[in-house]
Design a protein around this ligand. Structure first.
Ligand code: GLA
Length: 390
């Protein structure tokens, strides 16, 4: 066992007074392309990554769930079936929200969990990674089953529980992309209307994904995100059934100008432009991946960023700066913000043999331009969230 893993096992014993029986690993995710369209029926292209949340677990024969978060240096004690508990505005709301999604909880099905994360950077979905980990822990506590890596039905059901916890208890109207990406693993194209997904051809070996953490907080990530979802619902109401079909992202691009004509202001027109063009870019990106055309895939990623910057307005000064600097380097095929935006991380598609030079130049130029210290690192595709006996 590596030093930090031994350390965690000892930490568990110190905190809970018993020996951990299982380890749970839940990856984070990046989204290659298809941003802000999962909550309006779009197809998205997320990838589970090797930065992750780890949990050490043991049943505790009580009716409470005790969770110790290393990141917050804080212990939460959650009574899962206590439906009267109000949200508190801190990290443990995610746990309370998720655990109350399990209707058939009975006494003495509690567990202890020690949580650690290498997903420091905003934008890699640390919250869904945490929720997915809890969902696996809770499923094991209730059923005694360690979920099968290929049980898609159950994995999607748990992903929906994670989404519901965030929507109805935590109060963020997020889509299904993040929990589904984390519970399904790999690089996928996910249809957020039907939850059907296909596994995509991996990137050619000569290319890799770099995470570019701007080192800036995700200002407005909660409220700005909710505002965009509200705008989308307003557009849906204004367009009516005939144009709406099965979600705004799926609007026929040929009907885009007709649809815009029904919208009263420029902001809503711009939002719709993003949703419809972003969906087309996802479809083209899947074709590029299938034939290994990284140059066109990179161009689509750049266009996605510009659309999120000017039409959807969810980028930030720092995300714009770091992606521009990355694009200037010969290593980069394309660069864009990833996730909800408003700060946090971007991703670049880079030639593997030039990554060291790229990271050095971009970090230096970014510091000179913004005064912020970025952190740039390569990420790889990871498998789905899993639970294993120790
Ligand atoms: C956040 C949400 C997702 C998705 C992305 C933007 O990560 O949790 O559901 O909407 O933003 O694509």
């Amino acid at each position: 066992m590596e030093a930090s893993a031994t350390d965690a096992v000892e930490g568990f014993t110190r905190i809970f007074g018993s020996v951990a029986s299982h380890r749970i690993v839940a990856p984070g995710r990046i989204n290659l392309i298809g941003e802000h369209i999962d909550y309006c029926g779009g197809q998205v292209m997320p990838m589970a990554i090797d930065q992750h949340t780890t949990g050490l677990f043991r049943l505790n024969d009580k009716s409470v769930v005790r969770i110790y978060s290393d990141r917050f240096d804080d212990m939460a004690t959650v009574i899962p079936h206590d439906v009267l508990t109000k949200k508190t505005g801190i990290w443990s709301d995610y746990a309370q929200g998720l655990l109350r999604e399990s209707a058939h909880r009975s006494v003495a099905k509690g567990f202890d969990l020690l949580v650690r994360s290498t997903l420091g950077s905003g934008g890699l979905s640390s919250s869904s990674s945490f929720l997915a980990m809890l969902a696996l822990a809770n499923h094991f506590a209730l059923s005694g089953e360690m979920i099968d890596p290929v049980d898609r039905g159950l994995r999607l059901q748990l992903a929906l529980n994670c989404q519901r916890a965030e929507n109805s208890f935590v109060g963020i109207p997020s889509g299904i992309m993040d929990p589904a990406a984390i519970l399904l693993g790999g690089l996928i194209k996910l249809d957020c209307n039907t939850l059907k997904y296909t596994r995509l051809t991996p990137l050619p070996k000569a290319y890799c994904i770099i995470i570019l953490d701007t080192g800036t907080p995700r200002t407005l990530a909660g409220s700005g995100y909710a505002k965009r979802v509200q705008e989308v619902r307003a557009i849906e109401a204004l367009l009516g059934r005939e144009l709406l079909g099965n979600g705004l992202a799926n609007l026929d691009p040929q009907l885009l100008s007709k649809a815009k004509g029904k919208l009263p202001d420029l902001i809503l027109k711009a939002r719709l432009e993003h949703l419809v063009t972003e969906q087309q870019r996802v479809i083209q990106a899947a074709d590029c991946l299938a034939v290994g055309n990284m140059s066109d895939l990179g161009t689509l990623m750049n266009e996605s960023h510009y659309s999120l910057q000017s039409d959807y307005q969810v980028s930030s000064k720092e995300l714009d700066a770091i992606t521009t600097l990355s694009r200037r380097h010969a290593a980069t095929a394309g660069s864009r913000m990833t996730g909800a935006g408003f700060g946090g991380c971007a991703i670049s598609l880079c030639r593997r043999d030039q990554v060291t030079e790229h990271n050095r130049c971009v970090s230096e130029d970014y510091f000179n331009e913004t005064g912020h210290t970025a952190s740039l690192y390569t990420t790889d595709t990871a498998g789905p969230a899993r639970i294993e006996a120790l």
